[in-house]
Design a protein around this ligand. Structure first.
Ligand SMILES: C[S@@+](CC[C@H](N)C(=O)[O-])C[C@H]1O[C@@H](n2cnc3c(N)ncnc32)[C@H](O)[C@@H]1O
Length: 252
């Protein structure tokens, strides 16, 4: 077994190896509607994915003929992109999306799957917005997909919310709990995965949560203003009951 590389952050080889398992976030019914929206917002221009990962979204988008670039921190994740249909066309730069610049001016920069929360300081998240804006051509768009903080499920005195208790095949399973610090806006996502042979793995990932309104302020600091806010990739209306949002800001 390869040793995990600390430079790969929270997504080392041991995580990358399972990331593309079929179903879940990799299912066509999840990825195709995302690619539909991104292709339409790109309007024929080049796009840049921050935190491109294994190319779950970037590769199918490139396979449609969209010019896709990506920035990714983890070499272990990025190493999987080229092997996918369309993946060999994705221009990948290893780097940190808070600071790394790539050549070009883009119609669309996008950051999906809650990954803005992987940047765990407010300053760092503002840097992500500013870096996105710096890559956009005039009138270009920055899109974020992220969950709404689940604080409504926290009764007084409790700091932890279960988000999945899913039995797996032949006795295995996945238990997930988010633990919130409402003073610092930090939360930790805790995952216990048990395989069919009874072996368990406990994984914790730190996040910073932010409300949509705080993101609008970050966008404003970066010279962007809100163009769309949807509850999901079906472009349905964002409401008080929405558990996630797909927000799109435009370079002024
Ligand atoms: C949940 S995965 C999402 C990957 C891909 N966007 C997708 O939708 O499948 C989060 C990814 O963000 C990357 N990441 C986290 N912080 C980053 C940063 N500051 N700069 C670049 N990539 C980062 C991780 O290495 C990981 O590959």
């Amino acid at each position: 077994m390869e040793e995990d590389d600390l430079a790969d952050g929270w997504f080392p080889e041991s995580v990358a190896a399972d990331y593309d398992s079929p179903g879940g976030a990799n299912a066509p019914e999840v990825v195709v509607p995302m690619a539909d929206v991104l292709e339409s917002l790109a309007d024929g221009g080049p796009v840049l994915e921050f935190a491109v990962g294994t190319g779950r979204v970037a590769a199918p988008l490139a396979a449609r003929g969209v010019a896709v670039s990506g920035i990714e921190l983890s070499r272990a994740m990025a190493a999987r992109i080229a092997g996918k249909p369309g993946g060999d066309k994705v221009r990948v730069t290893i780097g940190d999306m808070t600071t790394t610049r790539v050549a070009g001016q883009f119609s669309l920069v996008y950051l999906v799957f809650n990954t803005i929360g992987n940047v765990t300081t407010q300053d760092g998240q503002v840097d992500v917005f500013c870096n996105a804006a710096a890559h956009l051509r005039r009138d270009g768009l920055f899109l974020i997909e992220v969950g709404v903080p689940d604080l409504r499920h926290l009764p007084p005195g409790q700091d932890t919310v279960p988000f999945t208790v899913a039995p797996g095949r032949e006795g295995g399973g996945h238990l997930g709990f988010d633990q919130y610090d409402t003073v610092t806006q930090q939360f930790t996502s805790n995952h216990v995965t048990v395989s069919a042979d009874g072996k368990g793995r406990f994984r914790r990932i730190p996040f910073r949560y932010a409300w949509p309104a705080e993101m609008d302020l970050m966008a404003r600091i970066a010279g962007l203003s809100l163009r769309y806010r949807w509850a999901g990739w079906d472009r349905s209306a964002f409401t008080a009951e929405s558990t996630a949002h797909v927000s799109v800001w435009q370079k002024r």
